[in-house]
Ligand binder design. Structure first.
Ligand SMILES: Cc1cc2nc3c(=O)[nH]c(=O)nc-3n(C[C@H](O)[C@H](O)[C@H](O)COP(=O)(O)OP(=O)(O)OC[C@H]3O[C@@H](n4cnc5c(N)ncnc54)[C@H](O)[C@@H]3O)c2cc1C
Length: 471
């Protein structure tokens, strides 16, 4: 009998096994679940993105009867892989690097192949100075930009010496920087106006919203998490991706999981009583568990009812949400072109545009901070946005997904608005009775990334595994 089926049967009480066999299977966890009733679980994990998939895999591997409840008809959440222009393309979360410990160890474990964005070998750089388009080589672009980054990231060296412990240096000054928007901070930097334009556009894309929407302090983490090395930061956030897409990793993780999966079913209400937690769904079901791991995105949590109600700090943070609300678009342009890396000002439709695949017809990826500035489904607007950088380009086709109107994400990646890190982060991570909160938007380290989702999912699974042992 395969290990998976064996554990399933143990969980169902149908496997005849010796105590020794059980303990070797459950090893250090020393927890095996009693026979269970229909719709009753040890743990219900709500949300099948990377956080929920990780949590349900780890929980079910420990022997806990686990249900993974997912609103959409697929797993992966804010990641999914599709074909575009002959390549496996990730529409949501894509890039990761070896400075991201949680995802990198999964990549190593399942021995998954990676590939690189073509723009790593860009020969043509395009940018804007005082409203005028400029073109040049790497050495004409990067030194000015990197000098500006140095000024921008200065406080990171002081405040994020332990970047996976984000509140380690909590102090008055730290709180002040958290309450300051990235835009405000950039105004005060001693750099040229052109450099300010570069950093504003960078901050806008990192927060995937206007630069005045996100906390300056929260923006500073990425450099610290990359060992305070700007090149390594790009390695982590924009160079490597899974060759066959993120869906391949989800598939491997699920193949290792014993969790039951229920797709197309959204949790609408969580009710805790002295005997456990009931999860009510949009299909009028009541599912019961000893614990819940809530792994739905921060921006949708305000739509889920909690009884008894959650703390006022959580309620406020869930209502406020994260800032990520921009666009990402893949664009195929006609013919061969130099490999390009283009970076405009914050107010442009696309703030960044670079070559993803150097094919006979080139494939670009573009990022914009504001869906109001570009309708990604309007070919003319896309053409216009591309020509701001590449005046001769002819757009053949493009592909994008609007995560902002999807009711199960209501946004893109997570950056916190001013004040959230120092006033709400700790509380957001505190369980409400039997309900634990997990996800990229709650992570300690690479918050807002796939890495953070895995980190947070794994940590919360482990906490619940320990709690189950004491029941
Ligand atoms: C356009 C875009 C580009 C990105 N680029 C990168 C990148 O290059 N690198 C990187 O590391 N990260 C990137 N990210 C961020 C990364 O994808 C996310 O941070 C990460 O995937 C989130 O994982 P998660 O499991 O926390 O949440 P999610 O992936 O959002 O998963 C949550 C799940 O909960 C489900 N759900 C919601 N409500 C309910 C409900 N009521 N009941 C049941 N289920 C529910 C959702 O359907 C979803 O499947 C990007 C994201 C986007 C959108």
């Amino acid at each position: 009998m395969k290990r998976r089926d064996f554990i399933k049967n143990i969980a169902a009480g149908t496997a005849v096994v010796s105590t020794a066999a059980v303990s070797s299977l459950t090893r250090s966890h020393e927890y095996s679940s009693p026979v269970r009733k229909k719709n009753e679980f040890d743990v219900i994990v709500i949300g099948g993105g990377f956080a929920g998939v990780t949590a349900s895999r780890d929980l079910s591997q420990s022997g806990a009867n686990t249900l993974l409840l997912e609103a959409r008809p697929r797993l992966g959440g804010r990641t999914f892989t599709t074909k575009f222009a002959g390549h496996d393309m990730d529409v949501g979360g894509t890039w990761f690097g070896w400075g991201q410990p949680s995802i990198w160890s999964e990549k190593m474990k399942y021995d998954l192949a990676i590939t690189e964005s073509a723009a790593i070998k860009a020969t043509s750089f395009v940018w804007y100075e005082n409203g005028k388009r400029k073109e040049g080589a790497a050495e004409d672009y990067w030194p000015t930009v990197y000098e500006a980054y140095d000024a921008y990231y200065e406080p990171a060296y002081k405040y994020f010496t332990r970047p996976h412990d984000p509140l380690y240096h909590n102090s008055e000054e730290f709180i002040k920087l958290d309450n300051m928007s990235a835009k405000e901070a950039i105004e005060g930097l001693k750099i040229s106006d052109i450099q300010k334009d570069f950093v504003r556009s960078f901050a806008a894309i990192n927060g995937h919203a206007d630069s005045d929407k996100s906390s300056y302090l929260d923006q500073l983490r990425w450099l610290a998490l990359s060992g305070f090395n700007k090149d390594f930061m790009w390695v982590n956030i924009g160079q490597y991706k899974l060759k066959n897409g993120t869906s391949e990793l989800i598939e491997h993780m699920m193949a290792d999981s014993n969790a039951e999966v229920k797709l197309g079913t959204a949790a609408t209400r969580i009710v805790q009583t002295s005997s456990g937690v009931s999860v009510f769904t949009n299909r009028n079901e009541e599912l019961k568990a000893k614990y819940v791991v809530m792994a739905a995105p921060l921006n949708v949590l305000k739509n889920i009812e909690f009884s008894p109600s959650i703390s006022p700090v959580k309620q406020k943070a869930f209502k406020q949400g994260h800032t990520g609300s921009g666009v990402k678009i893949y664009i195929k342009i006609k013919g061969k072109h130099p490999i390009v890396y283009a970076n405009g000002t914050e107010d442009m439709a696309l703030n960044y545009l670079w070559t993803e695949y150097d094919d006979d017809d080139q494939i670009l990826v573009g990022f914009g901070k504001d869906p109001e500035k570009i309708d990604v489904y309007d070919d003319e607007m896309v053409q216009k946005a591309v020509r701001e950088y590449l005046p001769d380009a002819e757009v053949l086709e493009s592909f994008s997904y609007d995560w902002n109107i999807d009711p199960y994400s209501k946004g893109t990646w997570c950056m916190y608005p001013p004040g959230m890190l120092t006033t709400a982060f700790e509380e957001m991570n505190r369980p409400e009775g039997l309900v634990h909160f997990a996800g990229a938007d709650f992570a300690n380290g690479w918050r807002g990334f796939i890495d953070g989702a895995i980190e947070s999912g794994a940590r919360n699974a482990q906490i619940v595994i320990e709690k189950l042992k004491n029941i």
